[in-house]
Design a protein around this ligand. Structure first.
Ligand code: SAM
Length: 231
């Protein structure tokens, strides 16, 4: 898979790319490239934004700058780019990222992620260059970089070679293997600690009973998710 991230802060991704599962995915053939769209502005002082028409607080990322950056990187009119690859604008009000969407993205050969800043994108960037919008949740980050990392992290761990044990990604929270429910609880040694005992069934060696117990816990967690414990 080829992932390109358009950002004003490419250095943020140096740390991210060095993390083990990301590094493993890169070694296994995925590419993660950052493009600093500030390098593609023709305005003085590296200007990439401007005040909003109609007034209001903050600065808006300019459509002409994003146009130049995408055009320079891909060598085509960005309006056509989304016919060739998924071009995702990260916005708070976009389609919420969930395991289904992650699976969808992991099946793509190439992704382009556009990170907003300040007040966000000139809407024409979203309308004419993006194929989709993604939100990582109903809250506002200061920029799209952390959201892009969340998208990359969740997608990359689905790709072969990223995780030490690929089975980890098959049966985990929200996966089809668990019917979309959160994962069941895990325990390890010691089997008893401060009087807290590991459920007996997990020590039984009886795989069928263990499987049924885990499925049931998973289902329960799915049912009680909205009232999830806060302490
Ligand atoms: C300060 S935010 C802009 C918020 C925008 N004025 C609004 O109220 O929706 C700057 C950038 O951060 C990114 N961002 C913020 N929250 C996000 C979220 N929940 N999911 C994805 N991207 C987000 C977007 O790229 C956005 O353009």
């Amino acid at each position: 898979m080829e992932i390109d991230v358009f950002t004003l802060f490419p250095e943020w991704f140096q740390w991210f790319s060095a993390q083990r599962h990301v590094h493993n995915a890169l070694v296994a053939g995925t590419s993660l490239q950052c493009v600093n769209f500030r390098e593609h502005t023709e305005l003085s002082g590296g200007q990439v934004d401007d005040t909003p028409f109609g007034g209001g607080a903050g600065m808006v990322l300019r459509v002409d700058v994003m146009d130049s950056a995408l055009r320079a990187h891909y060598g085509i009119d960005p309006v056509r780019l989304r016919e060739q690859r998924r071009v995702i604008a990260l916005v708070p009000g976009g389609r919420t990222l969930d395991d289904r969407l992650v699976d969808e993205l992991a099946a793509e050969p190439a992704l382009t992620l556009l990170c907003g800043r300040y007040e966000g994108f000139d809407e024409r960037i979203v309308e004419h260059f993006a194929s989709d919008t993604i939100s990582i949740g109903s809250y506002v980050l200061s920029g799209g970089e952390l959201a892009a990392m969340v998208v990359c992290d969740t997608v990359l761990r689905k790709l072969p070679g990223a995780l030490g044990d690929e089975r980890s990604a098959l049966e985990e929270s929200f996966s089809p293997a668990l019917g979309g429910d959160p994962e069941y609880p895990h325990y390890t040694r010691p089997a008893e600690y401060r009087g807290w005992h590991v459920p007996e069934v997990l020590l039984s060696g009886h795989h069928e009973r263990i499987g049924a117990w885990r499925r049931e816990r998973s289902r329960e967690r799915g049912e009680h998710r909205d009232g999830a414990r806060s302490r």
